[in-house]
Design a protein around this ligand. Structure first.
Ligand SMILES: [Ca+2]
Ligand SMILES: [Ca+2]
Ligand SMILES: [Ca+2]
Ligand SMILES: [Ca+2]
Length: 246
């Protein structure tokens, strides 16, 4: 199982610090990693070479240059330079789409609505796979396995209408099958997709950006909303930063 550490970046600045988790459960705080110019932004932390250790995917927000640091704790054990990508593209999400143990990236073009998956192995680009384009009002709100077939799927959410649609994926290719989910008020943001009741179907946690209301959608396997559970309200100044799955 992947070891979980915390990666901090001094912002604005060039300093990167890792808190590595020791077996005792304490953090070995303050291991400084190699500095990098402040225009470089951490986009994704995931394992890109299937060694069980988290790596960092960077993107230079001024040039569009992309790179990966393969990490072992705070030590950079490998650097990879990936193809440069025009700034109209951004990372919309990540998942191991082809189930080979290395994280893959979903790119989306903010102007054209084009979508491309990069599969990665050993931190290097393997393949660029073109998916159908989609109206730019949609954002990739979650990537998760919504029908329990072992392949991660993409949940698209329309920010203005609140429409939600899942593209069921066959690994890295779009199956063409769609799950139309219930529409949710655009003021609600999807803050987590996780299996909260342990039935192996991902459930959806929504949070209202103004009122702080929280609603859990317990989902059925075919994208049906099985049950809507109202959770306690929490001051909207709080942001969900993680879901712990023991
Ligand atoms: Ca790794
Ligand atoms: Ca992969
Ligand atoms: Ca699936
Ligand atoms: Ca569930």
């Amino acid at each position: 199982m992947a070891k979980t550490d915390l990666f901090w970046r001094f912002n604005p600045g060039t300093t990167n610090i890792i808190w590595a988790l020791k077996p005792s459960g304490e953090f070995n705080a303050g291991l400084e990693v190699r500095p990098l110019d402040s225009s470089y932004k951490v986009q994704v932390i995931d394992d890109f070479n299937d060694d069980g250790l988290s790596d960092v995917f960077w993107r230079d927000s001024s040039s569009g240059i992309n790179g990966i640091w393969l990490l072992d704790g705070a030590e950079v054990i490998g650097s990879r330079v990936l193809p440069t990508v025009d700034l109209s593209w951004g990372i919309a999400g990540f998942a191991d789409f082809n189930n080979d143990g290395s994280g893959d990236l979903l790119w989306r073009n903010a102007n054209s609505g084009e979508n491309v998956i990069w599969t990665l192995a050993d931190g290097q680009l393997q393949q660029g796979i073109v998916l159908p384009s989609l109206n730019t009002a949609f954002m990739a709100a979650a990537i998760s396995d919504f029908n329990g077939d072992g392949n991660d799927d993409i949940l698209w959410r329309n920010r203005s209408t609140g429409q939600n649609q899942v593209w069921l994926m066959n690994g890295t290719t779009d199956s063409g099958q769609r799950l139309d989910l219930t529409t949710a008020d655009p003021f609600f943001s999807l803050v987590a997709a996780s299996d909260f009741n342990g039935d192996k179907v991902e459930d959806l946690l929504w949070r209202h950006s103004v009122t702080g209301d929280n609603v859990l959608w317990v989902m059925g396997s075919q994208g049906t909303l099985a049950n809507g559970v109202i959770l306690p309200q929490l001051d909207p100044a709080f942001a969900l930063r993680g879901v712990y799955r023991p």
